[in-house]
Design a protein around this ligand. Structure first.
Ligand code: HEC
Length: 120
């Protein structure tokens, strides 16, 4: 019984952590939302990020990407998104996204996680 109560407590802590990560991801995405929509066909200053996980870089119809982004050969997944959002100009030198990157690793991880669910 005691063991059961302990694992319930552990579960509660785990789901609290997941909630906190969701909130951090959502909050971090507010920085991106000035330029990016998550809805299909809503290109703004930046391309829409609908279904971004699995998409090939620089291919969203109706958006004029830079040459470096089109030629990058990247498929966006957790790893490539993390690298790009950590240091956009290092991952894709010469790209035109006016954003210097997310230095905070927790915020970075949370926003990539948020993107993979909220962009569907
Ligand atoms: C000030 C505007 C601006 C902000 C802020 C911004 N972006 Fe961008 N983003 C762009 C532009 C413009 C491009 C296209 C770059 C190019 O073609 O070189 C881009 C490209 C991208 C791409 C590649 C899309 C594709 O279809 O290949 C991803 C992914 C992305 N941004 C995610 C983000 C995320 C996540 C954030 C917030 C952490 C963010 N961006 C913040 C303007 C912005």
């Amino acid at each position: 019984m005691r063991k059961f109560a302990l694992s319930l407590a552990a579960l509660a802590v785990l789901s609290l952590n997941a909630r906190a990560a969701d909130d951090l991801g959502k909050k971090t995405f507010e920085t991106c939302a000035a330029c990016h929509s998550l809805k299909a066909g809503e290109n703004g200053v930046g391309p829409d990020l609908h279904n971004i996980v699995g998409r090939s870089a620089g291919t969203e119809p109706g958006f004029r990407f830079s040459g470096p982004m089109k030629r990058s050969g990247i498929t966006w997944d957790d790893k490539t998104l993390t690298e790009f959002l950590r240091a956009p100009q290092e991952k894709v030198p010469g790209n035109r996204m006016p954003f210097s990157g997310i230095p905070d690793e927790a915020a970075l991880k949370a926003v990539v996680q948020y993107l993979s669910t909220a962009s569907k």
